[in-house]
Design a binder for this molecule. Structure first.
Ligand code: HEC
Ligand code: HEC
Length: 247
């Protein structure tokens, strides 16, 4: 396991070096204490390398769609990655990549700028536009883990998923998956099935939300543990995905 992670990280770091070298932003950073930051749109060119230039997600790099995501949630996640509260578990190779990249978002003004820019993007662009590849066919880094699957074999039952959702999830994420800033719970409907499935496995198995400083992650993890098995995860994710389709 260790060896695999080391290998994956080597490939990641190579990828990250490429990101840094294609970026003009790195030359324009402001100190941590500055009340000036990098422009959100300009910085997003770097994020788009993995998340898609329209923020539509990059399945080949396990990077979730971001377009339209709530700025308050993005800010919290960027701070969580930067402070190593999220993305440091050895099984979470995608999280580690994001964690390394988050270092380039150096101060709060920059975090706020890029979060507001992402919130302004319209969700739903086709993933293949990101890298000129068919979504999910080419994964440039080695990541052998039970969490790395993009497809799940369980035939998912959205009707059973609706029961689970209304019983265990709607109280925080809203009846239509719209989320609630007051409760700190993000919108769920614009995420991809593969990403949501993986995050629920992470929360259930202590990969995400188990850091002692991760207050919001811990709340979520206690509910993910109510999901009995892989089938229950697949069902609830299928239901969340169907809410999006009905919109
Ligand atoms: C090297 C590829 C890569 C780059 C570049 C990158 N990300 Fe990520 N990002 C990821 C991956 C992979 C994940 C998923 C991590 C996980 O599964 O836990 C992620 C997750 C996130 C999340 C959490 C989403 C959620 O739903 O919780 C946010 C927010 C985010 N990235 C923002 C950014 C921003 C802003 C930038 C640019 C400054 C950026 N990312 C650059 C790969 C990348
Ligand atoms: C007590 C409130 C609460 C309940 C109940 C709850 N969640 Fe969450 N959920 C959260 C919070 C808070 C977060 C954000 C955690 C963080 O900031 O890292 C979250 C995050 C998530 C994420 C990750 C989103 C992302 O972009 O990475 C998914 C997926 C999710 N919840 C699905 C569910 C499902 C499915 C259920 C029901 C089984 C559920 N949640 C029940 C509070 C809750």
């Amino acid at each position: 396991m260790k060896l695999k992670v080391v290998k994956s990280l080597r490939v990641c770091i190579f990828g990250l070096a490429t990101v840094a070298s294609v970026s003009t932003v790195s030359a324009q950073q402001y100190p941590v204490s500055s009340d000036e930051g990098v422009d959100g749109e300009e910085l997003f060119a770097v994020c788009g390398f993995c998340h898609g230039m329209q923020g539509q997600g990059g399945p080949a790099l396990d990077a979730p769609p971001l377009a339209g995501m709530e700025a308050w949630y993005i800010e919290r996640q960027l701070k969580a990655f930067k402070s190593r509260v999220r993305g440091m578990h050895p099984e979470d190779v995608p999280g580690m990549q994001m964690s390394i990249v988050s270092g380039m978002v150096r101060n709060d003004v920059t975090i706020s700028n890029v979060a507001r820019y992402i919130e302004s993007l319209t969700p739903g662009a086709a993933p293949e536009l990101a890298r000129g590849e068919v979504a999910g066919t080419a994964r440039p880094f080695i990541w052998r883990s039970e969490y790395a699957k993009l497809e799940h074999s369980e035939p998912a039952d959205a009707v059973r998923g609706a029961e689970i959702y209304n019983g265990s999830c709607a109280a925080c994420h809203g009846t239509n998956g719209e989320g609630s800033q007051i409760l700190g719970s993000p919108r769920l409907t614009d995420l991809s099935v593969a990403y949501s499935h993986r995050q629920l496995q992470y929360f259930k198995n202590g990969v995400r939300g188990s850091n002692s400083e991760d207050v919001y992650g811990a709340q979520m993890a206690s509910f993910a543990k109510l999901l009995a098995d892989e089938q229950a995860i697949a069902d609830v994710v299928a239901y969340i995905d169907s809410i999006e389709a009905d919109k």
